[in-house]
Design a protein around this ligand. Structure first.
Ligand SMILES: Cc1cc2nc3c(=O)[nH]c(=O)nc-3n(C[C@H](O)[C@H](O)[C@H](O)COP(=O)(O)OP(=O)(O)OC[C@H]3O[C@@H](n4cnc5c(N)ncnc54)[C@H](O)[C@@H]3O)c2cc1C
Length: 394
């Protein structure tokens, strides 16, 4: 296989690289507990992207996006990560879930109100899908909503809602017809997070942050005009949302991972190794694993290029996206474990800290455990691969 970028794509790359070099914020993105500071930083960065015409690279032009081709998106996210541009976290749901879902399924009024606010960096969205008894099996969700006049009245609980405490809006799934077959009685509705009756309780994670929450709904009134798609049509809309979940923004995570392996090799050259070695990299076993990690990152890149070029030709994202997703999440964890082995006892002394410090690697290791859970667990990914790629019997 030979893959080359066209002259127009190379010109796009040069433009993206130049803009990023001049505009990526010099100050480090706030991390940790100060979520308000993270929100302010992310929204200001989003505004800057918007003002320069780089907001929503994958969104169609008619909705204010860049309308980039798949190859251009790949180039943009490569350059984005290479330039050390801010990770997309608090603005993720708005840009990669809610926005594309509204474009695909929303009413004209919903699009007109919400899409510009998301692109301009004025609002944060969160996702209220998972419940204590509905994660992988999302269709078993129980949070109910009854129609009263021109409102839905919502009662129930969601869990693992990332950034609920700093969000204006939520993409909320509720059960509106308990008598219907379980996939048919669900509705996708836009929930304003300041509505009376909502209680948000942050959950502290293993890595010490409070990035997700439990959200309780006690008779919360939401206008029927906020329903996306039709009443009881929410499963179809939710499937559209989940199809945007990984999107092309995932590419920047891959480039970031490649850089992290490079940083890990540098770390192994600086810190003492096991069994009395002067440097960790002098240990044969660690050196072998570092080399393997570098090769695996390259292999994943090649799989991604192949997948994107196929999708660009056929117009349909292939099921191999699940293979890449699974490989990525397990590779992240292998690299995190390797970092802990390179650090040895130094990895147990501190949690968190500046980039490059042992505590930062330890924090990454703990946070990385969620890689094989969020956005569909590794077992669910294996089920999808077995079913849709290999055609195995159920
Ligand atoms: C960092 C992070 C952020 C998140 N943010 C959000 C958010 O913003 N909004 C939101 O709604 N949710 C969010 N989630 C929740 C996430 O979507 C769920 O955790 C995920 O879907 C798994 O559901 P569960 O936790 O209920 O686990 P379960 O579904 O209960 O799974 C438990 C175990 O059983 C296995 N299992 C379950 N079913 C099968 C099966 N059919 N075959 C084989 N094995 C199976 C799973 O793989 C897992 O190992 C987040 C999760 C994480 C980790």
């Amino acid at each position: 296989m030979e893959l080359r970028f066209s002259a127009a794509e190379e010109a796009f790359r040069a433009e993206a690289r130049a803009w990023l070099a001049a505009n990526v914020p010099g100050a480090a993105r706030p991390r940790g507990e100060d979520l308000r500071a993270r929100r302010a930083f992310d929204l200001a960065w989003q505004r800057r992207l918007f003002d320069a015409g780089w907001a929503g690279v994958s969104w169609p032009r008619e909705y204010g996006g860049r309308g980039a081709t798949l190859m251009e998106q790949l180039i943009w996210y490569e350059e984005y990560a290479r330039a050390g541009a801010p990770e997309i976290t608090t603005t993720f749901v708005g840009l990669n879930h809610a926005g594309p879902t509204l474009i695909a399924c929303g009413s004209a009024a919903q699009k007109a109100y919400h899409l510009p606010r998301i692109l301009r960096g004025e609002v944060v969205w969160c996702q209220g899908f998972s419940e204590p008894n509905a994660g992988s099996d999302l269709a078993s969700l129980q949070t109910k909503a009854v129609v009263e006049g021109d409102h839905l009245v919502v009662t129930g609980q969601k869990i693992w809602t990332s950034f609920a405490q700093i969000a204006e809006f939520q993409e909320l799934l509720v059960r509106t017809d308990p008598a219907a077959p379980r996939h048919r009685g669900i509705t996708w509705v836009i929930c304003p997070m300041d509505a009376p009756g909502i209680t948000i309780r942050p959950i502290t994670t293993l890595a010490g942050g409070q990035d997700f929450c439990e959200v309780f709904y006690d008779g919360v009134r939401i206008p029927l005009a906020n329903v996306v798609g039709a009443l009881n049509d929410g499963w179809r809309v939710a499937m559209a949302t989940l199809s945007f979940e990984r999107g092309t923004a995932f590419l920047s995570e891959q480039v970031r991972l490649a850089r992290r392996v490079g940083a890990l090799v540098e770390l192994a050259r600086r810190v003492p190794g096991p069994r009395g070695r002067a440097r960790a990299v002098d240990d044969d076993e660690l050196a072998r694993r570092l080399a393997r990690a570098s090769a695996e990152v390259e292999a994943m890149r090649a799989m991604t290029y192949r997948s994107v070029s196929l999708a660009a030709q056929t117009g349909v994202p292939g099921a191999e996206a699940s293979i890449i997703r699974l490989f990525f999440s397990e590779l992240v964890q292998r690299i995190d474990v390797l970092a802990m082995d390179v650090l040895g006892a130094a990895g147990t002394r501190q949690l968190g800290g500046a980039e490059g410090t042992p505590g930062r690697w330890t924090e990454r290791y703990l946070a990385g455990l969620s890689q094989t859970i969020g956005g569909g667990t590794k077992d669910i990914q294996r089920n999808i691969i077995g079913d849709r790629v290999l055609g195995l019997p159920r």
